[in-house]
Design a protein around this ligand. Structure first.
Ligand code: ZN
Length: 315
């Protein structure tokens, strides 16, 4: 019997990454093509088609569908990409319909955090759970809410943007325009920014040394390394980050009461040693009577969450 795969496509501002994904969520073959996000709509589509073509299976295998993660806003019901700031090439572009007509298979489109959350439910850390909050912490903070095994889309597909949940009305301005979103306080760049701010009054910190004296080079990764070596400023920055994330996830538990919270994204590996510490901070400080019953787990998928997530849309 021939094996059936899902084809996942992850569209970014500079590249299209695609993969063939088997029924256990393993990515068995990969392709990568450059994306010109500022060109015209048709050349943007051509990059997507080129990525898919590289993976189109031989006669021994078949695909059950094509899933695509694209920067939003987009409409997951129609597969129309509306007006993503990162993809100026597409304005009200019927992505799903165009790919469907090229390959004559089912095509699903969604945003990356929603899709990655679904992949964790089907094949990853949240397997066996039905109600899941997935957070991706990296250069930004994205999230996806899975209710009864399905992505919560809301009225138009724009639900689940908890990275822009405000936790400080007087906080710094987020790129989204709001003030004090968790993204602008606890993303990778935010961790670096808070560290640089503290360095003004602690110039003897290891942080500066580890960045070769260049304060602009102090980023989240440097903070993590300095904290491991016991630097007091770096430890303080990490501590604040845990506090912010715990406060935010505590809100999420009071709001959604998920069975599990899964964390992915570039900063999650840095936070991995502290997951229990984050949980301890929300235990006893939220309204939910069972805060200790909500696990906080590291995602299965790292950099390939977009490919796996896109493939999960086909299930
Ligand atoms: Zn925001």
């Amino acid at each position: 019997m021939s094996e059936v795969f899902a084809l996942g496509v992850d569209i970014g501002g500079t590249k299209v990454a695609a993969g063939l994904v088997d029924a256990q969520g393993q990515i068995v073959k990969r392709a990568r093509v450059p994306m010109n996000a500022t060109g015209d709509a048709e050349s943007g589509l051509a990059a997507v088609i080129a990525g898919i073509r590289e993976l189109m299976p031989s006669s021994a295998v078949s695909i059950r569908g094509i899933g695509i993660c694209s920067p939003g806003p987009l409409d997951p019901r129609t597969g129309v990409v509306i007006n993503p700031p990162n993809l100026p090439c597409w304005r009200n572009f019927p992505l799903a319909e165009r790919v469907r007509s090229a390959y004559n298979v089912a095509v699903k489109v969604d945003n990356d955090a929603n899709a990655a959350g679904l992949a964790e439910v089907l094949w990853g850390a949240a397997r066996g759970y039905k109600n899941v909050f997935y957070a991706t912490v990296g250069t930004g903070i994205g999230s996806g809410i899975i209710l009864n095994g399905r992505i919560l889309h809301g009225r138009t597909g724009a639900a689940g943007e908890a990275g822009h949940m405000g936790i400080d009305v007087h906080g710094p301005k987020c790129p989204c325009g709001k003030k004090g979103c968790i993204e602008v306080l606890a993303s990778g760049p935010a961790i670096g920014r808070r560290a640089r701010h503290k360095l003004a009054s602690h110039p003897d910190s290891l942080l500066l040394q580890m960045a070769d004296g260049d304060i602009q080079a102090v980023n989240g990764e440097v903070v993590s390394r300095a904290a491991q070596q016991g630097d007091a400023v770096a430890k303080e920055v990490i501590d604040e980050t845990l506090e912010l994330i715990a406060y935010w996830l505590g809100n999420v538990i009071d709001f959604q009461e998920p069975d599990v919270i899964v964390m992915g994204g570039g900063v999650s590996t840095m936070l991995a040693p502290y997951l229990e510490s984050i949980r301890k901070r929300w235990i006893g400080s939220i309204v939910n009577p069972w805060p200790e019953q909500v696990p906080l787990l590291l995602a299965r998928y790292g950099e390939e969450a977009g490919i796996a997530g896109a493939a999960a849309l086909c299930e």
